[in-house]
Design a protein around this ligand. Sequence first.
Ligand code: SIN
Length: 533
Amino acid sequence: MVAKILRRMMFFEILRFRRTFLVRAFSMSSLSPLASLLKNPSLLVKLDDGHLQSSESTFAVYNPADPNVIVGNVPIMAREDCSRAIQDSHVALTTHWRDGTTAAHRAELLRAWAALIHDNADDMATIMTMESGKPWKESRGETDYAISFLEYYASEAIRPSGAGGGFLTPTPFFDPGSGAPRGQVLAMHQAVGVTALITPWNFPIAMITRKVGPALAAGCTAIVKPSELTPITALALQVLADEAGIPQGVLQTITPDTENTASVGEEFCRNPLVQKLSFTGSTAIGKMLMAQSSNTVKRLSLELGGNAPFVVFADADLDQAVTAAVASKYRHAGQTCVCADRFLVHASVHDIFVGKLKRCVQELTVGPGMEEGTTLGPLISRDAVASVDEKVQEAINEGAELVLGGSPLKRKGPSYYDPTILTNVSSDSRIWKTETFGPVAPIRPFESDEEALAIANDSNAGLAAYFCSRDLSRAFQFSKRLECGIVGINEGIISHCVAPFGGIKASGFGREGSPLGIAEYLETKYVFLNFNA
Ligand code: SIN
């Protein structure tokens, strides 16, 4: 046993030495444009620009602020790489991670990783802004948000409700002979196994740690497949995980390009060694993954699209409502799943609210995310701009009134859209009925609570909803009757590591954050103990 432990320690020492060597070698190589922006260029060691990857082919990641600029070249991984990663993950799970580590040790590793992200937080924010376009301050905020999940689940790992949990109860059975109570019911929580985690481009770091934190804390191993639009942040995160001492095979990041993404997703779904798939992204892809996972009856968490209503009642504090509306609608240029997507404003305060909202939105500073003072960055791509604009023009043709914006901001670059407000929007228009990833606020008036509720619930999405009111009784009633997983009252930013995040209806199922987040990575096994028969 001692020899086995020593052998394992030596193995990890050798790995650590290899990593240190690679990082030093990288620092000595010539710097790419992205690397020259970083205090710690070794975060890019897994990119091809570092001359250290032996990958035969790479794909380019572009800067949304200037889509002609390549941020970095990322090794292309295909289905075979994915299946190898799954095999390695299974080996790591079964040889040491699930049963050979304590929850306290796993917590220690998560904390070490969190500390390294914290030490490199400015650089992580820079990488994120360069590939996702979000304003640097938002990226820096997202980095702290990402760290919070690792710290939270490091603590949760050792709590009875978490990985170490389970319960023992006196038996409900009686011995047929003596009539005395017989045995004990034991329920134990165990790690689900190998997990596949597919994350989106709109939160390049936090959606990874929100999944990996609880997975690793529970004793699962994990393979992350980031969006092909933002893989550099994910690879930098992997560099820090390696440096923190998370053993090889326990956490891996694979980077298929657009062409290979579907087959990698399919491998995750169809490979029987993968026990759980967690996906954040569009409803269409979520449905496809769900169908592909049916053969292996895989456990799933799906955090899919939203179409959040934002209701302003007549008794709302309108200044507070506007602050919440701007925070929710214009964060990351309206490209979050929980963004307010449809505004319903009581007819008696409609014009005042619209006026205040307009003044506030006019104060947003549109520009490249790396520019000081920018509060609204570009959309992720030119295509995104075209799709938003198509919906805006359609709504105007259907009778909506343009209060602000309403067109691409070409003078800023091909991926910018002017922050837009539309009133008198038809509830049949596409901009009302479907999720719009862009800085557009469509507004309609309403007369009664019942009418607002009916319109708010008239959607197959059920992720977030918001409303503003000073009436506590209405707050309870309306929250209960809203068909969604998350409700923000007088508040536009509702995400936090202690809160259960997730949707209902076509927005998916499963929760991330809070103690429920780790339950997604645990199985419950019932064992009957009959030692006193
Ligand atoms: C999302 O849009 O998918 C996540 C948003 C958040 O965590 O705040």
